[in-house]
Design a protein around this ligand. Structure first.
Ligand code: FRU
Length: 518
């Protein structure tokens, strides 16, 4: 009797549970369906399903998977106690959202950092048959910060033995203490094959510090760089250091990326770069002036992948700006990543130049709608109907001339990109591009000096998504990335000749870009 009662209860419980699971699944599904279709939701740029995101973190490739961890606050759409959110991809274009990877713990919040694959198990955190994926990040201790000291940012590590599915926090954390600097953060770690050791690039207020380690746990100070060089309008953040071949030569140079906030050329946050040399201990560069990876207002805290199989250097940035990041008009999630971009180095008119240009794989998302050559007379324009204006790319070549691209929609909103050959400037005007008045600086007109153009025609690529525009000149020699919030798709493209001679716009392609969440 007892047995059959418990059997009966068991059946009831199972039925109720089954029913609950079905309801939960349905709920999950309906949430999933409504996500990624909201107003302003980017369709081919990474965004978290919901809540606040800032910097990309822990970019690493391992066993067929590209990891994208990111600064994440799961409880609100403004910055809060930082976690590492997580997504994975096999091509860096289509992403699968994963559970949160790292949570704040007794050492503090989890700020930005990097990830490495410890192939030789130097850390001892792996097992006989599993190499560990090791995340290295900054702990930010709020209580110590409130106490007013300078010891509240330290570095910690966590490791994963299942390719990022789950992490163990290292029990000896923090691995790098600090009592000297209020700002002491954002470790980028890589294996330096020449010196056969781990190198950590870290920023401390106005400079870069380099540390080395045999095991990712014990770190020794090596050198510093940068006080008095480059831009210093704000503290230095999110360093990255790597070697690149100079195109067309057998020379290589080292590149240092440094984000600063504020102090960028068009206001607020921006990323500068230095080109120099690294001898295993010290980075040197005789560059005194700031050079900018991107002149637009919305490419910050970007860093590159470790371990990309063919040695390519691939960069992802956070497509926002601390000046208004908290104010942008989205409700479910806040902010997106840039397109993944391949970095390369070229000597242009004798000057080493860092180029950044969308990953070649992006062409798989592109469907050609229009392909034509135009000859536009002075004071006139050509108009083109855009099929998919909030999800499209525009490509063409042209001489250095005076003309503008104007994108408009039926709400009278307009985004203007203007090439000014007299001033040698590219101007991006988003002041009437949609919602702009949520913050004062957002409507500012952005400018990029084209001060080192090579001979010949210019090549343009423009990528438009629901809330961003990315402009690439000469395959990434000059770049502007900006958020925009048009309330309807742009449907009309006008190319207006503002000069005195006619202009040939060659191989104009206006393409649709497929969504990555479909
Ligand atoms: C850059 C930054 C980093 C820091 C993180 C905190 O945007 O300020 O320096 O680690 O964001 O979320």
């Amino acid at each position: 009797m007892l047995r059959s009662v418990s059997l009966f209860l068991c059946v009831i419980v199972c039925l109720v549970q089954g029913c609950k699971q079905a309801v939960d699944a349905e709920k999950d599904n309906s949430t999933a369906l409504s996500l990624y279709t909201e107003p302003f939701r980017p369709q081919y740029h990474f965004t978290p399903p919901e809540k606040w995101m800032n910097d990309p973190n822990g970019l690493v490739y391992h066993q067929g998977i590209y990891h994208l961890f990111y600064q994440y606050y799961p409880d609100d759409i403004v910055w809060g106690p930082m976690h590492w959110g997580h997504a994975t991809s096999v091509d860096m274009l289509h992403w699968e959202n994963k559970p949160i990877a790292l949570y704040p713990d007794e050492n503090g919040l989890i700020f930005s950092g990097s990830a490495v694959i410890d192939h030789k198990n130097t850390s001892g955190l792996g097992t006989a048959d599993t190499v560990p994926l090791v995340a290295i990040f900054t702990y930010h201790d709020m209580d110590k910060e409130k106490a007013g000291g300078t010891d509240y940012q330290t570095q910690g590590i966590a490791y994963s033995l299942d390719n990022g599915e789950s992490f163990e926090v290292y029990e000896g954390n923090p691995v790098l203490l600090n009592t000297e600097f209020k700002d002491f953060r954002d470790p980028k770690v890589f294996w330096d094959e020449d010196s056969r050791k781990w190198v950590m690039a870290l920023v401390a207020g106005d400079h870069l510090r380099l540390y080395s380690s045999d095991n990712l746990i014990d770190w020794d100070y090596m050198s510093r760089f940068g006080s008095g060089q480059g831009a210093h309008g704000g503290v230095w953040e999110c360093p990255d250091l790597f070697e690149l071949a100079v195109a067309g030569t057998d020379e290589t140079k080292w590149v240092l990326l440094i984000s600063i906030n504020p102090g960028a050329p068009n206001g607020g946050s921006g990323t500068q770069y230095f080109i120099g040399d690294f001898d295993g201990t010290t980075f040197t560069s005789d560059q005194k002036e700031a050079r900018w990876l991107d002149w637009g207002t919305d490419n910050y805290a970007g860093v590159t992948y470790n371990e990309v199989p063919d040695g390519e250097r691939i960069f992802i940035g956070w497509m926002s700006n601390w000046t208004y990041a908290r104010d942008t008009p989205t409700e479910v999630w806040r902010s997106a990543m840039t397109l993944p971009r391949t970095l390369s180095l070229a000597k242009i008119n004798d000057s080493y130049t860092l180029l950044n240009y969308p990953l070649s794989g992006i062409s798989d998302l592109i469907k050609e709608d229009i392909n034509l050559d135009l000859d536009i007379a002075p004071n006139s324009y050509e108009a083109i109907v855009m099929e998919n204006g909030n999800q499209s790319s525009i490509h063409f070549t042209c001489p250095l001339a005076k003309f503008s691209l104007s994108l408009t929609n039926d709400s009278g909103e307009e985004l203007v990109i203007e090439l000014d050959s007299e001033e040698e400037l590219l101007v991006l005007d988003r002041s009437k591009s949609g919602l702009v008045d949520f913050q004062e600086m957002f409507a500012n007109i952005q400018q990029m000096p084209l001060d080192n153009l090579p001979e010949g025609d210019l090549e343009f690529d423009v990528f438009l998504d629901a809330s961003s525009v990315e402009v690439f000149v000469n395959k990434g020699q000059y770049v502007m990335t900006a958020q925009i919030f048009p309330t309807m798709p742009f449907s009309d493209l006008k190319i207006r000749n503002e000069g005195v001679e006619s202009i040939k716009i060659n191989r104009l392609k206006v393409n649709s870009v497929s969504g990555i969440w479909e």
